[in-house]
Design a protein around this ligand. Structure first.
Ligand SMILES: *[C@@H]1O[C@H](CO)[C@@H](O)[C@H](O)[C@H]1NC(C)=O
Ligand SMILES: *[C@@H]1O[C@H](CO)[C@@H](O)[C@H](O)[C@H]1NC(C)=O
Ligand SMILES: *[C@@H]1O[C@H](CO)[C@@H](O)[C@H](O)[C@H]1NC(C)=O
Length: 403
């Protein structure tokens, strides 16, 4: 029901935005032109009409929302059921795992000990994964699994056979089994401000809560903010809007490893990176997809700012528990500069309503995405997964024990 509701609100949003986009701008109206008066009056009623539609979408979403229980990470339990469903009938046999070997790193749990292929493509990422498994080996049965540490998912529904591969992020076009990203503990991405890689979600949670106290809603600048590299052109319209209207948005590209010239930052010098804590000074924070889902997303909520989440394709395990209009403002991935300006303007003109969304979003992440929830999700996922294996895993002697 929640999923249907989410789809419904996205569709409704598209309709509202389309009607906004098609509403006439007053470009043809020059000073002294008598049609101006009519046009501005028309415009006023159009805006009022749009605002009423937004209010209805938000009210309906909030009314329909049933907050989830935080016991045993059950808030995210549906994702485990959904991701394992394709394997339910046929099970997961040895051949399927052997054939999927190249898609990730092979792990085994045998006799409550953890083993891994000696080489891991990204050692810090493996370590960020192992942290959550090692701490609960006592409760985990024997199993074998392939864990993909690349950014990109591996099991396309349309091409190739069904395979059991764990990935941190995917779209609905993939059958990968989602696991909580390594970055809850360590493993990146590495950027200037976090040179050892983003991680330690527990520490970010603390720091960001303090920053939220330092910058309560009333003290936040009522403009939109974004800093990041140009991993996807979906980020361009906001950056371009900010260049024209610094009173509405502060958004700029930073340098990434692939940066060669200003062309890689949309024709301007790269901007300085900004820590998550400093994001909290702004009232509206934008999240865009990166190569896959963006690690930025979960951090943004903790500032107590309003999150604008662009696109709904790329997911991590906790995304489905967050509801559009209840916890954040959904923005179509192809939203134009003009659509963004109108959405931000709506927020600026309806402070009390959007403050409620910001508070619910923050509360949700605080209550349902702590380190305990991440560990719990790993445990619940692996126990359910192990039940699907149709063979008794035996220790592969080429693997090394991870202590
Ligand atoms: C949570 O897990 C504990 C221990 O496994 C169990 O006793 C309890 O019934 C569970 N609660 C829910 C709501 O599933
Ligand atoms: C934006 O994407 C939606 C589908 O997600 C599509 O229906 C719509 O036509 C697109 N709009 C533009 C302006 O490209
Ligand atoms: C043991 O693991 C290695 C490395 O993944 C693999 O090439 C080999 O086929 C495995 N052996 C068995 C018996 O599964």
């Amino acid at each position: 029901m929640n999923k249907m509701h989410g789809t419904f609100t996205i569709v409704t949003l598209a309709v509202v935005l389309l009607s906004i986009a098609s509403s006439k701008e007053d470009e043809t109206c020059s000073k002294g032109d008598s049609s101006c008066e009519i046009s501005s009056e028309q415009k006023y009623s159009e805006v009022a009409n749009e605002d009423a539609q937004f209010l209805k979408i938000i009210t309906d979403a909030v009314d329909a929302h049933v907050p989830c229980s935080s016991e045993n990470c059950s808030c995210h339990a549906q994702v485990i059921i959904r991701d394992l469903k394709p394997f339910k009938k046929r099970g997961i046999d040895k051949k399927m795992l052997d054939e999927a070997g190249a898609r990730g790193t092979k792990y085994q749990i045998i006799g409550h000990r953890l083993y891994r292929e000696e080489n891991c493509m990204f050692p810090a990422r493996c370590s960020g994964i192992e942290h959550f498994i090692k701490s609960q080996l006592k409760t985990l049965p024997d199993m074998e699994m392939i864990i993909n540490t690349r950014d990109w998912p591996q099991v396309n529904k349309k091409f190739g056979p069904l395979r059991a591969v764990f990935s941190f992020s995917k779209t609905n076009e993939y059958s990968d089994i989602m696991y909580p990203a390594w970055a809850f503990w360590e493993g990146g991405p590495a950027i200037g401000l976090y040179p050892r890689g983003l991680g330690r979600w527990d520490q970010h949670r603390k720091e960001l809560s303090q920053a939220a106290d330092r910058y309560p809603w009333e003290k936040k600048k009522p403009i939109a903010f974004f800093r990041g590299s140009r991993t996807s052109s979906e980020r361009d319209p906001l950056v371009l809007l900010a260049r024209e209207r610094p009173d509405i948005a502060n958004a700029a590209y930073t340098r990434n490893q692939a940066w060669k010239s200003d062309a890689d930052t949309l024709g301007q010098q790269p901007a300085e990176e900004v820590s998550f804590v400093d994001h909290c000074q702004y009232r509206y924070l934008f999240n865009f997809r990166g190569v896959a889902a963006s690690f930025r997303f979960k951090h943004l909520f903790l500032c107590g700012s309003l999150v604008f989440h662009v696109g709904d394709e790329w997911q991590e395990f906790f995304y489905l528990s967050l509801k559009p209009w209840v916890h954040y403002i959904p923005v179509p991935a192809n939203a134009s500069k003009d659509t963004l300006r109108k959405l931000i303007s709506y927020a600026q003109r309806h402070d009390e309503i959007v403050k409620g969304i910001a508070q619910r979003g923050r509360q949700h992440i605080l209550e349902h995405l702590g380190m305990q929830d991440v560990k719990c999700y790993w445990g619940r996922l692996l126990k359910k997964y192990a039940k699907l294996l149709t063979f008794q895993p035996k220790l592969n002697k080429t693997l090394v024990e991870i202590k």
